[in-house]
Design a protein around this ligand. Structure first.
Ligand SMILES: [Mn+2]
Length: 253
């Protein structure tokens, strides 16, 4: 173990003492499932977690900063995140969608966009889509050993949304939201298409989204963003069976 790994392991062990409430509950549940009290008592408290911290592959991250006359964007993304977010675009409903995207994708996302909302929301929403797409493209890097594609069906009460994503290196976006109103909250609903189109261009990806049915326009968009997050999470994830192999017979993605 390198000095740096040992240091990381020590820090990780230190963080777990004293254990958080959740950790204590977890330990109790584990003990209850163990056959005898002696077995439970002899179970080491933390070494598994320490080993993971020392041996875990580096987290894939990306940053994106761009200033134009229309938008100023600053973005930090971690693929192997914990669903943590700090998002501000000036459009509250759009923030809500990006927040649940981050949580359902188990990413971490810090994102600030100051756009020309006095014109309308178009530049802000499209540029955030491009920025987020470029960040994902950077974070997945050479794409060796990732799933590359993913899909998800997401119910949101009476609504069903579906998403399919392929990080193919080619751009295509097909979306049908079935939203029937101009505004959902403070979001111009037609711009949802511009967001995903921007993402597909930034990430060089195929993005297919469709609301199958539903009543609530809020739910229709929510289901699509959640389904998209979970499909993307699968696409970005590492496929242990592929190892370092590129998931393409063409030799380039
Ligand atoms: Mn909601």
């Amino acid at each position: 173990m390198s000095e740096q790994a040992k240091s990381t392991a020590r820090k990780s062990a230190a963080k777990q003492s004293p254990p958080a409430q959740g950790a204590r509950l977890h330990s109790k549940a584990k003990a209850a499932n163990t056959k005898t009290q002696d077995d439970a008592a002899s179970t080491p408290a933390t070494p598994a977690a320490v080993e993971v911290a020392a041996d875990a592959p580096a987290k894939r991250t990306a940053a994106f900063d761009r200033n134009t006359t229309e938008t100023k964007i600053s973005l930090r993304l971690t693929l192997e995140g914990g669903g943590r977010y700090n998002i501000s675009t000036g459009i509250r409903f759009f923030d809500h969608m990006l927040e649940l995207f981050t949580r359902h994708g188990a990413f971490d996302l810090d994102l600030t966009c100051k756009g020309d909302l006095d014109v309308d929301q178009h530049h802000t929403i499209e540029d955030v889509g491009i920025a987020l797409g470029e960040a994902f493209d950077k974070a997945v890097g050479d794409k060796k050993g990732i799933n590359r594609a993913g899909y998800f069906l997401m119910p949101m009460d009476e609504t069903l949304g579906i998403a399919a994503v392929d990080l193919s290196g080619r751009v295509a976006c097909k979306i049908r939201t079935k939203v029937k109103v101009d505004m959902v909250g403070d979001l111009q609903s037609e711009l949802v298409e511009d967001f995903f189109d921007g993402f597909a261009r930034g990430a060089r990806a195929n993005v297919h989204l469709r609301t199958m049915y539903g009543r609530s326009n809020h739910h229709k968009l929510e289901a699509l963003f959640k389904a998209f997050a979970r499909a993307l999470r699968v696409a970005c994830s590492r496929d242990k069976q592929l190892g370092e192999m590129l998931p393409s017979t063409k030799g380039l993605l």
